[in-house]
Design a protein around this ligand. Structure first.
Ligand code: RRO
Length: 278
């Protein structure tokens, strides 16, 4: 997303914006079709298209000039690449970094770095050492035990866990008798992902002490409150921007405020994790 689009997210009521993930070099991404609507959400196999961190810095500078809090999402294929991109983004003043080791659409090229706890700990540790910024580690739900990965990120020094990236999935075209996406599989986002994401946040909240950023199928304030009650301190919204427009951020923020007031709470933090209490 470009600076003008991300500015509209901020003007729509978001507290901060998260960029599309950038890597060390420009990438075309996968050939079309890369996105398809499915029941309950979207399947994407974008394949990490991005202009490269060097080019993207201009977009971040424009956002910072406009006073927008920016979380720079980034990826690499090795520890060295993660560190290189983190340094580049830190150099142009992002407020925090989201370390994306969980894209489901580039496994053949990069493997799924985020499904190996040792990798996650090593990459997180190296990035934390290289930059003086909060680092959020975004996890994949495509693992048997997400808690093991969350613990590894915490050991590596992560300041928060972002849970979760998309769920690996497939759509078939019955007329073509082929998978719809050129990449065959894609990542499922939107309402269909929400129960999986909530379960992940729930499990992580029981086992780690750092804050959790909930993401996956938030399209209204009730969804956001569900994530907060499960243990998330903040939520991110992605797919709902396509269905609800940029106003979704203000609607969700106002809805949370209304829920707190009606139920006698003053601050969001009072309801974080409340569903775990007996
Ligand atoms: O670009 C993508 O294919 C992509 C990424 Br980087 C990601 O983190 N999650 C996703 O569903 N798609």
């Amino acid at each position: 997303m470009s600076a003008p689009l991300l500015s509209r997210v901020y003007e729509g009521g978001a507290g901060a914006v998260v960029t599309k993930s950038v890597g060390p070099r420009p990438r075309m991404g996968h050939p079309n079709p890369t996105v398809v609507a499915v029941e309950g959400g979207l399947l994407n196999a974008m394949g990490l298209p991005n202009p490269g961190a060097g080019y993207f810095t201009g977009e971040i500078e424009r956002l910072k000039e406009a006073g927008v809090p920016v979380v720079g999402s980034f990826f690499g294929a090795s520890v060295e690449e993660f560190v290189e991109v983190a340094r580049t983004l830190a150099g142009v003043g992002v407020d925090a970094l989201e370390l994306n080791c969980s894209c489901p659409n580039v496994e053949e090229e990069m493997g799924l770095l985020g499904s190996d706890p040792a990798n996650v700990e090593r990459i997180t540790g190296a990035v934390k050492e290289a930059v003086n910024l909060p680092v959020f580690v975004k996890l994949t739900p495509n693992v048997a035990d997400i808690v093991e990965i969350a613990r590894a990120a915490e050991r590596g020094g992560a300041d928060a866990i972002t849970a979760v990236n998309t769920l690996k999935a497939l759509a078939i075209d019955v007329d073509l008798r082929r998978p719809v996406l050129s990449n065959t599989t894609g990542g499922l986002s939107g309402p269909a992902l929400k129960p999986v994401a909530l379960r992940c946040v729930w499990e992580i909240a029981e086992c780690v002490d750092i804050p959790i950023i909930g993401v996956g199928g938030v399209s209204g304030w009730r969804d956001a409150v569900e994530f907060l009650l499960c243990g998330a301190s903040v939520v991110e919204i992605g797919t709902a921007v396509m269905t609800r427009g940029f106003e979704v951020f203000r609607e969700v923020a106002e809805g949370i405020r209304g829920y707190l007031a009606q139920n006698g709470f003053k601050e969001v933090r009072e309801i974080v994790g409340l569903a775990h209490e007996a």
